[in-house]
Ligand binder design. Structure first.
Ligand SMILES: Nc1ncnc2c1ncn2[C@@H]1O[C@H](COP(=O)(O)OP(=O)(O)O)[C@@H](O)[C@H]1O
Ligand SMILES: [Mg+2]
Length: 249
């Protein structure tokens, strides 16, 4: 692994990402109401909750696609509430959106290069080598159109694309959705390794409880636009009442 990863490594305990009393939504209605959440540097956390409780909206607030009406968002010590999305990406927040959103007409290689171009880091060629080492399938398929990959391979491409920006924090929105089980396990392995070797903080939104607890150590339960519980991820797996109440399973 090259020095480029260690330079952005975190692996510290202070808060990496803080959402303080955020209210946000679309039009007149609020989806997030006075939501507060702290993610410490180097952690792997999952945000769990039923469909429609506002998980994607929360991630979109973190990356700057949605401006909160009230409240503050911080990256480390820095208040980023008013920073536009492209600046937050350069500061180290990477996002793998629900549904992956890769460029289907661009080659796998160009999908990766475009991501690096977006953040304008100089060392992108070395980062590219690292990303291709982490995901050998992307090297194999480099010349194929992104749209020609399977769903699982597209998810791996989306992960690789996020790593091209050398993030401090990686936000993943339902990466297991619509992907066959064998690849779901591989993705969990990659995400854990990305966190452990590179010190990248991981914030995962999921409906797949088994997958989420396979990755995350810590869980936040979300309901009606707020974080209502915080607990060790493995405790969610054994608590049927909790699952029924907050996850509808
Ligand atoms: N672009 C949008 N415009 C208006 N309402 C939206 C939009 N996106 C999501 N919503 C609404 O906001 C609420 C929360 O959605 P979302 O954050 O996607 O939830 P989750 O990711 O937890 O399923 C839902 O009621 C949804 O219908
Ligand atoms: Mg969602």
């Amino acid at each position: 692994m090259s020095e480029f990863w260690t330079r952005t490594s975190v692996g510290e305990f202070p808060p990496m990402l803080q959402v303080e009393n955020v209210t946000a939504g679309y039009g007149a209605g609020a989806v997030l109401t006075d939501l507060t959440l702290t993610v410490n540097g180097g952690d792997r956390v999952a945000i769990l909750g039923r469909n429609g409780v506002g998980k994607t909206t929360l991630l979109r607030c973190m990356i700057g696609e949605i401006s909160p009406r009230t409240g503050v968002i911080k990256l480390g010590d820095r208040d980023i509430t008013r920073e536009p999305a492209h600046r937050r990406a350069r500061m180290g927040i990477a996002y793998v959106p629900q549904g992956r959103d890769i460029f289907p007409g661009l080659s796998v290689m160009d999908n990766l290069k475009v991501a690096a171009y977006g953040v304008r880091h100089k060392a992108w060629a070395d980062v590219l080598t690292d990303v291709l080492d982490e995901f050998p399938i992307l090297r194999q398929k480099a010349k194929l159109a992104g749209g020609g990959l399977s769903g699982g391979q597209q998810q791996i491409l989306a992960l690789g694309r996020a790593l091209m920006t050398q993030p401090k924090v990686l936000l993943l929105d339902e990466p297991s959705e619509g992907i066959q089980p064998s690849i779901v396990d591989q993705i969990a392995d990659h995400v854990r390794r990305i966190n452990e070797l590179r010190g990248i903080t991981v914030v995962l939104v999921e409906q797949n409880l088994e997958f989420a607890t396979n990755i995350a150590e810590h869980a936040y339960l979300m309901d009606k636009g707020q974080i209502v519980r915080e607990l060790p991820a493995k405790d969610v797996l054994t608590d049927r009442d909790l699952q029924h109440e907050y996850l509808g399973v």
